[in-house]
Design a protein around this ligand. Structure first.
Ligand code: ADP
Length: 364
């Protein structure tokens, strides 16, 4: 039954089959038999419907019929369900010939499955990313809420406390002995401290709202910072020197805050009976500006080098060195937002060198 003239397709890598007007296989090569999970002998001479029940209701069959009746050639991507329930994907081209319809086929199952899998993976990745983004937004929202609570709700009871202590100090002074009055003073100092902590925390959580960057001449910025620190410099007798500094692309408010925190620490954590000597230098390396603020102060043990960049971490008591312990956490957050790094090199008694980096942009 197999027409001799189709024998030339036997060796072809592509599937070839010929179907007669009764929808019977009159020729097919091994490739098609393999695609169909069958053998040539098992299919040739049989009607399509006999071998693949239900095929007459498929789009493929409709196309074959259309080609048979109207000589309409067609290209088709076909999803095919085998009798064992597995699915195959084929790219087909069919044409009308005098024996019926000839179909060339290419098994695209592997390629399509790969595409489906990588699409699935991509979708999974995208939805994971979306989830993380939503989580982050939620956290941001919580942080904003937290800022509001700290600024508003927590300051309110402190104001009330301050108000009552003030009334007691003014109107009931005579009911207290010296020790009682001292305790009232301690309460006031604690209230002020709590208020400072809340304000610092609030400022820290608001940092994320300022993101605009511009070209900033650090020589000018440092003059402003030194002006802000005038009182501390004068009272400590600090000597501050600096190299010629670069122009960098950054958020100006952030950098002002950063230098102010680092310099005020360099002045504050001085040795007894020794005036602070501070030097600011910069160096360009591997696409980054590296800045260093070096002091001759009390120094920091190595085991605390990481800890001090966290919120409220202090190594000294307040009686000796004033502060809330948030300054360096502020610096770390600023540097993170400006895509740099911050670290310290220091030993007790040998001063400290605080380093931070900022990416150089536009070759500057
Ligand atoms: P604060 O200055 O309010 O205490 P910071 O976050 O700025 O808080 O600093 C955290 C701690 O790191 C300080 O309490 C101090 O113990 C240590 N520290 C920071 N800068 C220096 C410095 N230049 N020299 C020595 N210790 C420092």
């Amino acid at each position: 039954m197999t027409s001799e003239r189709f024998k030339i397709f036997d060796e072809l890598q592509q599937g070839v089959q010929v179907i007669d007007p009764d929808f019977r296989y009159i020729y097919l090569n091994e490739v098609v038999a393999t695609h169909a999970k069958s053998t040539v002998n098992d299919l040739v001479g049989y009607e399509m419907e006999e071998k693949f029940p239900g095929i007459q209701n498929t789009k493929l069959f409709e196309k074959i019929r259309d080609c048979m009746t109207h000589s309409r050639e067609a290209n088709l991507k076909n999803e095919f369900e085998f009798p064992d329930g597995s699915i195959g994907y084929f790219e087909l081209r069919m044409e009308r010939i005098k024996e019926g319809v000839i179909i060339f086929s290419y098994d695209a199952t592997e390629m399509v499955l790969e595409q489906i899998n990588s699409k699935r993976e991509k979708t999974a990745l995208e939805s994971e990313l979306q989830e993380k983004l939503e989580e982050l937004e939620l956290k941001n929202e919580e942080l904003k809420q937290f800022s509001y609570i700290t600024s508003h709700d927590l300051q309110e009871p402190l104001r009330t406390l301050r108000g009552y202590v003030d009334i007691i100090q003014r109107n009931y002074k005579d009911s207290f002995d010296d020790r009682g009055l001292k305790y009232l003073e301690f309460i006031m100092l604690s209230v002020d401290r709590m208020s400072d902590l809340i304000n610092d925390l609030l400022e820290y959580s608001r940092l994320g709202n300022q993101r605009e960057k511009e070209e900033v001449d650090l020589n000018e910025l440092l003059q402003e910072v030194l002006h802000l620190l005038e009182a501390a410099i004068a009272s400590s007798g600090a000597k501050i020197t600096m190299d010629e500094l670069p122009i960098v692309y950054c958020n100006k408010t952030h950098l002002t805050q950063l230098f102010q925190n680092l310099l005020s620490n360099a002045i504050k954590f001085k040795k007894d009976f020794q005036s602070p000597v501070v030097h600011i230098s910069s160096e360009r390396k591997d696409g980054y500006w590296i800045f260093c603020i070096e002091d001759n102060g009390i120094g920091i043990p190595e085991k605390h080098h990481h800890k001090i960049f966290k919120v409220f971490q202090r190594l000294h008591n307040r009686q000796k060195f004033e502060g809330t312990g948030i300054g360096l956490a502020h610096c770390a957050k600023i540097i993170e937002m400006n895509e740099g790094k911050i670290w310290v090199e220091s030993e007790p008694g040998s001063g400290s060198r605080f380093y931070f980096t900022i990416p150089c942009t536009n070759g500057k």
